[in-house]
Write a protein that binds this ligand. Structure first.
Ligand code: C5P
Length: 301
């Protein structure tokens, strides 16, 4: 039996909130019983693997690196900020359904993709831009990823952000191990290394599931096809569905898979905690580390 989520453990982990401790313990014991060969990690990137703040300053996201970069012309930065001010309030409006939000969100992606393409950042210049952005991963993400690499546990980074930035950022911070697959929105470049378009299948905040074509392929691949259990990390409502529809991941009542959902809740805690406690099995409140996830995997491995 794992001590994770026991009363004594919870006392020592003040960032952890759980609605149903018994259920979480049952899930963790299931993950441990079936071991490292049956589990996979599925995680969001922005504000999940990446921190929301570092040394008192907010941390950028894969989209924001352009608008936060002083090497980028001010007119583009202003445009990107205007888009965020227009569309982000729609994304977080609790009075609108996802169906009502979706056309606006697609429009946001379209307009911001246009800006990114107009910036004409050469493929060789992107790493320096990502470096300048200080897109810090949560503390101990690298050791968590190394542990999973050592144990052969696959990691899916499922990000509706900018895939090129996600890949470079993980690489620069030493977290791009062989067991990591990234599904996201990637730029396509011409032979001279200039960006020409984004990949055709848009991954947005509401289609993160096995229904997303590349995710369907991933879940059917040999790498994960016998891994029926999953630990899922996210920071939004859309992240909860990342394993939905994966043929091998069937939690009760359809199967006996264990899916443990861990949510990072860093801002507007009072307003959002109740919702998060229903969406996620275990909620981490303003925890800028991967310590809890690491402890869990140490027990599983
Ligand atoms: O992968 P994740 O769901 O975290 O990434 C999607 C997030 O990216 C959205 O929640 C949205 O706020 C943000 N976004 C953005 N700029 C865009 C489109 C989406 O910052 N142009």
């Amino acid at each position: 039996r794992s001590v994770v989520a026991s009363a004594a453990w919870l006392k020592e982990h003040p960032t952890v909130r759980i609605r149903d401790t018994q259920n979480v313990q049952t899930k963790i014991n299931g993950l441990i019983r079936e071991g490292p060969s049956r589990v996979q990690l599925i995680t969001d990137f922005d504000r999940t693997l990446s921190r929301t703040h570092y040394h008192g300053k907010p941390v950028s996201t894969s989209y924001c690196i352009f608008e936060d970069d002083h090497h980028v012309k001010e007119e583009y930065r202003d445009l990107a900020v205007q888009l965020r001010n227009k569309y982000y309030p729609i994304e977080i409006n609790p009075n609108l359904s996802n169906e009502q939000k979706l056309p606006h969100m697609i429009q946001w992606y379209k307009e911001s993709f246009d800006i990114v393409l107009k910036l004409k950042v050469h493929i060789d210049d992107l790493p320096a831009m990502v470096q300048r952005a200080d897109l810090h991963l949560r503390e101990h993400t690298v050791s968590l990823f190394s542990l999973l690499a050592k144990k052969g546990i696959p990691i899916l980074v499922f990000s509706a952000g900018l895939g090129d930035v996600v890949r470079i950022s993980l690489d620069q911070q030493g977290a791009l191990c062989d067991n990591v697959t990234i599904l996201s929105n990637f730029l396509e470049y011409d032979q001279q290394g200039w960006p020409v378009k984004f990949s055709d299948t848009l991954l947005h905040m509401y289609n993160k599931s096995a229904l997303f074509p590349h995710a369907g392929e991933y879940y059917r691949s040999e790498k994960v096809s016998n891994r029926k259990n999953a630990v899922l990390l996210g920071d939004s409502i859309g992240d909860c569905s990342m394993a939905d529809g994966a043929p091998q991941v069937k939690p009760p009542p359809d199967g006996d898979s264990v899916v443990l959902k861990i949510g990072f809740l860093d801002h507007d805690v009072e307003k959002r905690l109740e919702t998060f406690l229903f969406l996620y099995d275990l909620v981490l409140v303003d925890d800028q580390t991967m310590d809890v996830v690491s402890e869990l995997f140490e027990d599983v491995c």
